[in-house]
Design a protein around this ligand. Structure first.
Ligand SMILES: NC(=O)c1ccc[n+]([C@@H]2O[C@H](COP(=O)([O-])OP(=O)(O)OC[C@H]3O[C@@H](n4cnc5c(N)ncnc54)[C@H](OP(=O)(O)O)[C@@H]3O)[C@@H](O)[C@H]2O)c1
Length: 334
């Protein structure tokens, strides 16, 4: 058990605060909703207060039952938890409906943060093949994004959502929308791990006072098949990481988490077996400057979530999703 009061808090971009490490809940096609909910139940009891959920993870009902139990048993109060979830791509025109369903499933009365999971409404069926394409998919549109965002702003006004999050954004997309938002985004969730550091994105978020939340902080060794490619690098097997982990007497996962925290990123590791050790990473000794520098040298540009299934007709390949040349690819109204 880790006393939640000893877990440092981070500042959100809109002035609020949030525990510096949370539990991910994406079981993908490998861990059942019941097992994930079991980890959340255990997580609450060892001191986790932040949970990263999503409508499309297909387990909010099971997790909601666990929250309810913890409230009823007096383990925690609702206000002790920071519950985040995300609007899936097929609900961008019906954000309130999606929000109310998540609140009902999670049995949590309101959401601490609601993210726009992806910045476009391109939908793919759960467990779909990497080569599947939805003919309705289209490139990013500023107006469509703003419409979705404004629906969440209205939910903040109604008291259903406390903070607004964005996810899977690029710098060009943020440049196109940020100054048109009435309520500042509090956080941005992005893939970040030692072999995919996204330093430029991190610097941008920091400069714009948006808290960086790092997903797949351990390099997601059991990610879905569709996100596995032959050339992918296993972060936790990098010799430099192994060496630092050995010196600390911990698993390399713990070093990945300490590295994230050391660079101002809030990591949300998923685990059904090692979650207590992961939270402990937030309350034990920090990495030294030398260790941070050694991990900084592990950047390999190894993006794991390439997003192929979100491509629109006419797109070249997944690189088009990430605006790598500094302009929004095929933007319809920029
Ligand atoms: N916004 C988005 O688009 C987006 C995309 C992807 C993910 N996410 C969020 O980010 C979360 C984390 O990403 P992820 O789940 O893909 O990957 P991850 O957290 O990088 O890796 C999770 C894997 O690492 C193992 N692991 C965890 N702690 C460990 C430890 N201390 N020692 C050894 N192994 C350990 C887990 O196995 P055990 O269970 O056996 O410990 C699990 O298989 C997700 O759950 C989700 O909430 C968001």
């Amino acid at each position: 058990m880790i006393d939640p009061k000893t877990v440092p808090m981070m500042r959100l971009g809109d002035g609020g605060s949030i525990p510096c490490l949370g539990m991910g809940t994406f079981g993908s096609d490998r861990v059942s909703p019941e097992e994930v909910a079991g980890a959340v139940a255990g997580g609450i009891r060892v001191g986790y207060r932040l949970f990263d959920c999503a409508a499309c993870y297909g387990n909010e009902e099971q997790i909601g039952r666990v929250f309810r139990e913890a409230f009823d048993e007096g383990v925690v109060k609702r206000e002790d938890l920071f519950i985040m979830t995300k609007v899936w791509n097929d609900m961008h025109r019906e954000v309130e409906k999606s929000c109310l369903k998540s609140i009902k499933d999670l049995q949590c009365d309101y959401l601490d943060m609601l993210f726009i999971h992806w910045p476009f409404p391109n939908y793919h069926a759960p467990f779909c093949d990497v080569n599947s394409r939805n003919p309705d998919s289209r490139p990013f549109s500023v107006e469509e994004f703003l419409d979705t965002y404004r629906q969440i702003e209205a939910l903040v006004d109604k008291g259903l959502v406390r903070h607004i999050g964005i996810s899977n954004m690029t710098i060009p997309k943020m440049n196109a929308v940020l100054d048109q938002l009435r309520i500042r985004p509090a956080a941005c969730e992005s893939e970040m791990h030692p072999c995919f550091q996204q330093q430029e994105l991190l610097d941008y978020l920091t400069a714009h006072d948006i808290l960086p939340v790092g997903y797949m902080p351990l390099g997601s060794p059991r990610r879905p098949e569709r996100d596995i490619e032959p050339g992918d690098i296993a972060d936790m097997q990098m010799p430099e990481l192994l060496e630092i982990a050995k010196a600390h007497g911990v698993h390399p996962a713990i070093i990945c988490l300490k590295w994230a925290l050391g660079r101002g990123v809030l990591p949300i590791p998923f685990s059904v077996h090692n979650y207590e050790a992961n939270l402990r990473a937030a309350v034990t000794e920090k990495l030294t400057e030398k260790e941070m520098a050694a991990i900084a040298s592990l950047e390999r540009g190894n993006r794991l979530v390439k997003g192929q299934v979100f491509l629109w007709e006419g797109a070249r390949d997944w690189h088009d999703l990430w605006d790598e040349d500094g302009v929004i690819v095929d933007c319809t109204d920029c």
